[in-house]
Design a protein around this ligand. Structure first.
Ligand code: F6R
Length: 255
């Protein structure tokens, strides 16, 4: 079962999540991280960056979860550029330390396979940081995604495009397609750290953690992974049936 940690708020959850990532980097120089974009991991990245003078992060490498199709890598809302601003530069990493799927429409037929190959060549992902969509996606694996899927092109749901419209001038500017790590790709990572903050994540989170494992809730696939931490705040935890047990188990976690 996933370890579910219910933090008082996003700030505390992000700090606890940063501590998990930092201790892995300390233990394993050359750690390979899987990095999500969007809002959920931003405070985690800030807290990691705050440690860069005491924790040597120069040897880490990272793989983005996904990228939009058809917006230039230099576009401010491309995930490549978003990661440059929020992760690569603040942590002091070189640009080539962070790989992002190629969303160029001209080469889409190769994008998935090439990305999978790069992950394999890097020795696999040690820890994959995940957010969860309000419709239950991880990466951009929308409902109906195969639980065995690898990196490929997907069509974003209208709900995901509406959710992400806040980063664009209008919902019409949000790309319709993306290249995303598959659920099978995500499950190959050695450790998963899923972040969910805010009441708008409560239903999807409860379905993912406590519902049946189903492609209708792609995030429920995390239940198949042996090493998962789910970091949530109180509003995101409000629909968890076993919240009291998770709190109890956290207080009494084996040392
Ligand atoms: C982002 C990604 C998505 C987001 C999810 C939550 O790379 O793959 O699964 O993690 O849509 O987005 P936020 O964190 O913006 O609520």
């Amino acid at each position: 079962m996933a370890e579910v940690i219910i933090a008082a708020d996003e700030a505390e959850g992000s700090q606890l999540a940063a501590d998990i990532v930092a201790s892995l980097i300390r233990a394993k120089p050359g750690t390979v991280l899987g990095v999500a974009t969007g809002s959920s991991p931003l405070a985690l990245y800030e807290r990691l960056a705050a440690q860069k003078h005491t924790l040597d992060m120069t040897s880490i490498r990272a793989f983005a979860l996904d990228e939009y199709v058809g917006i230039a890598p230099t576009h401010p809302q491309s995930y490549r550029d978003a990661l440059r601003r929020t992760f690569t530069q603040p942590l002091g990493l070189s640009a080539d330390a962070v790989q992002v799927p190629d969303g160029d429409p001209e080469t889409l037929d190769r994008a998935g396979e090439e990305y999978e190959q790069k992950i394999v060549e890097a020795g696999g992902i040690d820890l994959q940081i995940l957010g969860i969509g309000t419709g239950g996606h991880i990466g951009f694996n929308e409902p109906g995604s195969s639980l065995a899927s690898l990196t490929r092109v997907k069509t974003l749901t209208p709900q995901t495009r509406a959710d992400n419209a806040r980063f664009f001038d209008s919902v019409d500017d949000v790309p319709v397609h993306c290249v995303t790590q598959g659920i099978g790709t995500i499950l190959r990572a050695r450790q998963l750290l899923l972040l969910a903050f805010g009441a708008n994540k409560a239903a999807a989170l409860a379905a993912a953690v406590e519902g049946p494992i189903t492609s209708s809730t792609p995030a429920s696939a995390i239940q198949l992974h042996p090493f998962v931490t789910v970091m949530v705040d109180e509003p995101a935890a409000q629909e968890l049936r076993h919240a009291d047990y998770y709190r109890y188990a956290y207080i009494h976690r084996p040392s």
